[in-house]
Design a protein around this ligand. Structure first.
Ligand code: SAM
Length: 279
């Protein structure tokens, strides 16, 4: 995508302007979302129109006007060019995800991580996705594994509505069970000791929900995919920091099967994943 932007805007922007733009550029379905850095604000319509003209698959260019924020992880968006719309269908690993980007969270930047997790799920497993959004982890798992049950929880009614629609769109009814509600409450009330695997893709809250994730594991054994945002100094390793952090807080014993930086989410701020093997 960096090459694409470079090609489209090479005569209109300097190399450093292009670089700053690339960091905040996503294509979701037929919508391009741009974060416009302050020095490029006056050129934003030119940038958006050029992109629209050059990339046939893009029908709408949106500007992200706020960071992803709040309980539902939403961002402010404004139309810069093209069709004035916020809803699209994104294709990822052969699955289709319909989403309104104003009302529900979706990022294509977790595509490789979703596949990494889905590839670990074995036949016959019960999985809980505590923070499922419009369903991308859950649906990919259901598509890849013949016999699986994925309890897929989100507390945003709009994300839940799209998740229901996406389950039908991808024909995984009965394998992905959509649940609207707070993940901790749902687990405490209905999903104690049922899961082989729990996914926690909400780095801002994962730590405070960790004991609930543990309580959902069958016989206190299984895998927890734990995500966290870690600030780190140049001299520090964000993975070691995350492991230390969780070791100080977790009230159960675990081994770290895998630790990885999923992506950078800010200067010296990494999204980290730890696969915790609990037994
Ligand atoms: C970062 S998004 C991840 C969505 C999805 N897993 C994905 O990969 O696109 C986190 C989701 O958690 C939901 N959420 C926030 N707090 C929650 C809670 N207490 N219980 C259930 N879902 C929650 C938000 O509405 C949001 O859709």
């Amino acid at each position: 995508m960096g090459r694409l932007l470079k090609e489209v805007l090479k005569d209109k922007l300097t190399a450093s302007e292009l670089k700053s733009l690339y960091a905040g550029f996503d294509i979701i379905g037929d919508i391009a979302v741009l974060k416009i850095p302050e020095p490029l604000m006056l050129k934003r319509h030119l940038i958006a129109e050029s992109l629209l003209k050059a990339v046939k698959s893009v029908k709408t260019v949106l500007q992200q006007t706020t960071p992803v924020e709040g309980e539902y992880r939403l961002r402010g968006l404004e139309v810069l060019a093209g069709e004035p719309k916020f809803e699209t269908i994104h294709k990822e690993h052969g699955c289709l995800y319909k989403v309104d980007l104003r009302t529900a969270y979706f990022t294509p930047r977790l595509s490789a991580e979703r596949l990494r997790v889905a590839n670990q799920v074995r036949e016959g497993e019960v999985v809980i996705n505590m923070f499922a959004g419009v369903g991308p982890y859950s649906i990919l798992i259901a598509k890849k594994v013949r016999e699986v049950r994925v309890y897929s929880i989100d507390n945003n009614p709009e994300a839940y509505r799209y998740m229901q629609e996406n389950i039908k769109l991808n024909k995984v009814e009965g394998k992905v069970i959509p649940i609207l509600g707070d993940a901790a409450k749902v687990i405490r009330n209905t999903l104690q000791q049922v899961a082989d695997r729990v996914i926690m893709p909400l780095p801002e809250k994962a730590l405070s929900y960790l004991s609930d994730a543990y309580s959902a594991l069958k016989g206190g054994k299984g895998i927890i995919h734990y995500y966290e945002h870690i600030f780190y100094e140049v001299s520090e390793d964000p993975l070691l920091k995350a492991i230390e952090h969780i070791s100080n807080k977790a009230l159960f014993r675990f081994n770290v099967d895998y630790a990885g930086v999923v992506r950078d989410v800010g200067p010296r701020l990494a999204q980290v994943v730890l696969d915790l093997k609990v037994d």
